[in-house]
Unconditional design. Structure first.
Length: 308
């Protein structure tokens, strides 16, 4: 039995004991996770700096704080989410009562991306734990410091038969996807999303795909241009633009186009200085291949041009 198959077998055996269905067990597991994150907070920030050059302020605000907020929300509402609830019954069965009993899926696979490598691993994990599942996390190999941090944190907080981490490159993901999971949560590109869905279809496994898309921003002639520029720059420059919902392009009323461009340039200068390359806290593109891909988009363009 290969390692991936053995892990899924071990977790499913543990799930079948019924422990994870106990609401108090889930609550304690979430509390343990919160304590683990608090204990590892500085190491999390150091890992994000090493992988993406995120400052401590950006690392905490865009990754740790969001996860802690989700944890608190889950702890506040978990008992209500897990409770049976009565719903209307069809008139064709007038003497019946209909009740929904929330049930966990079983063993979940979480494949995390590199752009928010901590947040987008632990956000889905919180949902999996709150719902009563076991889970396997596959961190991104493109952020090795965060991947190792996730492995160490999870190994300290949970037994592997409950929550486990598998590090590695494409071969590791492929081996995991060959196994029958009960739910798969994937965050990443459309291309890899197709691979994940195809693999899940072999086992009729339900999937959540959080993929990239287009995010236009519309600026009309009556907009507050200074505020618009502040929001656009904040949204686009966060994590050096490596955010799935960062503004991709602008649709600007012609009457205010020139003014908006001036406001955006002023905002960039105010926040990042004359040369962003000299800003020690500006995040890095995750690797050379992605940097070169982005640079290629600018080939032949100049300030003020519109890409076709």
């Amino acid at each position: 039995m290969n390692q991936a198959k053995q892990l899924v077998y071990t977790q499913r055996k543990f799930f079948n004991t019924g422990k994870t269905k106990q609401v108090q067990y889930r609550i304690q597991a979430l509390k343990d996770l919160r304590q683990g994150i608090e204990k590892y907070q500085q190491r999390i920030l150091d890992a994000l700096r090493a992988d993406l050059n995120k400052s401590e302020a950006e690392g905490y605000g865009s990754e740790i704080r969001i996860v802690l907020g989700e944890l608190d929300h889950a702890l506040e509402h978990l008992r209500d989410w897990a409770a049976p609830r009565t719903v209307p019954t069809s008139s064709v069965m007038p003497d019946a009562v209909s009740t929904i009993y929330p049930e966990p899926y079983g063993v979940a696979l979480i494949i995390a991306p590199w752009n928010y490598p901590f947040q987008l691993a632990f956000g889905p994990l919180i949902g999996a734990i709150a719902a009563g599942n076991c889970a396997v996390i596959k961190p991104s190999e493109l952020t090795p410091a965060t991947s190792r941090l996730i492995y160490d944190l999870i190994q300290e907080v949970y037994p592997e038969e409950y929550i486990a981490v598998r590090e590695g490159e494409v071969e590791t993901s492929t081996a995991l996807l060959n196994e029958k999971f009960d739910y798969i949560f994937f965050t990443g590109s459309t291309g890899v999303g197709r691979i994940v869905m195809k693999a899940a279809a072999e086992h009729l496994t339900p999937v959540t795909l959080e993929l990239g898309g287009k995010s236009p921003a519309i600026v009309h002639h009556d907009a507050d241009l200074q505020r618009a520029a502040q929001r656009l720059v904040r949204g686009k420059f966060l994590n050096a633009g490596q955010t799935c919902v960062a503004p991709d392009y602008l649709l600007v009323h012609e009457q205010v186009y020139d003014q908006l461009m001036e406001q955006i340039q002023a905002e960039v200068h105010d926040k990042f200085g004359d040369d962003v390359m000299q800003n020690a806290d500006f995040p890095h593109i995750v690797n050379t291949r992605n940097f070169d891909r982005l640079a290629s988009f600018l080939a032949g363009e100049k300030s003020g041009d519109c890409a076709s």
